[in-house]
Design a protein around this ligand. Structure first.
Ligand SMILES: NC(=O)C1=CN([C@@H]2O[C@H](COP(=O)(O)OP(=O)(O)OC[C@H]3O[C@@H](n4cnc5c(N)ncnc54)[C@H](OP(=O)(O)O)[C@@H]3O)[C@@H](O)[C@H]2O)C=CC1
Ligand SMILES: O=CC(=O)O
Length: 324
């Protein structure tokens, strides 16, 4: 079985695969492969360990008929056309749980950074704009006892809610398609409809998986229904928000601030107007970027491939229906 890894991953995963005698090729170039180069190599391999946001759509599957499995180096699987994989009985593995702590840390960090304008204040020093103490400048807001609204309270959302409750005694409301009974019991989280989530949240943090039906759900209409003191956090996927509408909301006092670990497109251009705002903090998709999380993700991805190699079910599979 031949495995192609399109970008290098931590050694922990590579060693596990090598110990099993699995034939792996790691993309030898530092460059991102073009779509054609990527497909050509996938055609010559049985398994793809995919790092980053390659679009694994119907066209990809059609062009790579020899593929027997895909191991994602991510928990999100929105870049994979699951019906196309299912049609060909191709299992798709992901890396759940092991990155929830790191990613919720980034959501928490962004929330505080926005509340206290920390990125902008740092930039002021760099730009030589730290002037004498002014009682009316650089004012932020405190989060104690405020309401955290979570759109998509699953693994990462739960950890974000847990941190906000423990640190600031925040009240938790959430909107999912179904109830998260564990969060209701453990965190006293209250299920609300989407409109209530918008109107009642002081901080609204997006943690749902992305799908087309939710494209730009956070748009002009949604921002208009939020509180004027609200902070919008998105660490899920950039396609959840409309960037022009967010810019309008941030520059017209519709909402108070925003923190993004994800943008649309990625990478964000350096002259993006959102980067110049005092009330917007942006990070370059670093949710899972800790040694601990990335090592554990490499192990999960390797375990998925080893299972395939041993004709077993992938332990972390997003389309278990292929095994029926
Ligand atoms: N910034 C970063 O680096 C990272 C980003 N992520 C992103 O975070 C996402 C979430 O990961 P994780 O917490 O592990 O996933 P989970 O599957 O555990 O949680 C997702 C939650 O979203 C809810 N949800 C799904 N669809 C909808 C919908 N249409 N409307 C409302 N709620 C919905 C689900 O509940 P229900 O089914 O009941 O609706 C579920 O509770 C990933 O898919 C990925 O996009 C993940 C890791 C790192
Ligand atoms: O965005 C990262 C992921 O794991 O999904």
């Amino acid at each position: 079985m031949k495995v192609f890894i399109n970008k290098n991953i931590p050694e922990a995963g590579i060693l596990l695969l090598q110990e099993k005698g699995i034939n792996i090729t790691v993309n030898p170039t530092e460059n991102v492969l073009s779509r054609n180069e990527f497909i050509k190599i996938c055609q010559e391999n049985d398994v793809l360990l995919n790092v980053g946001a390659n679009n694994l759509d119907e066209d990809f599957f059609q062009q790579c008929p020899n593929l027997k499995g895909i191991a994602l180096f991510s928990v999100g699987f929105d870049a994979v056309n699951i019906p196309s994989a299912n049609k060909r009985k191709i299992p798709v593995g992901n890396t759940p749980d092991v990155l929830s702590r790191a990613t919720s840390d980034i959501a928490f960090l962004l929330m505080q950074s926005v509340a206290r304008k920390s990125f902008y204040s740092h930039k002021k020093i760099i730009n030589g704009k730290w002037e004498s103490f002014n009682a009316l400048e650089n004012l932020g807001q405190e989060l104690y006892g405020k309401t955290l609204g979570i759109f998509g309270l699953g693994r990462i959302g739960f950890e974000m809610a847990q941190k906000c409750k423990a640190a600031f005694g925040m009240n938790i409301i959430y909107h999912n398609r179904s109830h998260n009974e564990n969060a209701e019991k453990e965190l006293d989280a209250k299920y609300v409809d989407f409109e209530t989530l918008l109107s009642k949240s002081d901080v609204l943090s997006v943690h749902s998986n992305y799908s087309e039906e939710n494209n730009e759900l956070f748009n002009k209409n949604a921002f208009a229904k939020m509180k004027s003191n609200a902070i919008f956090i998105n660490t899920a996927r950039g396609k959840f928000h409309n960037e022009d509408d967010l810019f309008y909301a941030l520059t017209n006092n519709v909402i108070w601030g925003a923190g993004l670990d994800v943008t649309n497109p990625e990478p964000m251009k350096k002259d993006n107007p959102l980067l110049s705002l005092s009330n917007c903090c942006i990070l370059p998709h670093i949710g899972s970027a800790t040694y601990e999380a990335r090592n554990a993700m490499a192990v999960c991805a390797a375990q998925n491939i080893i299972a395939l190699f041993e004709n077993k079910k992938m332990p972390f599979c997003v389309n278990e229906e292929v095994y029926l």
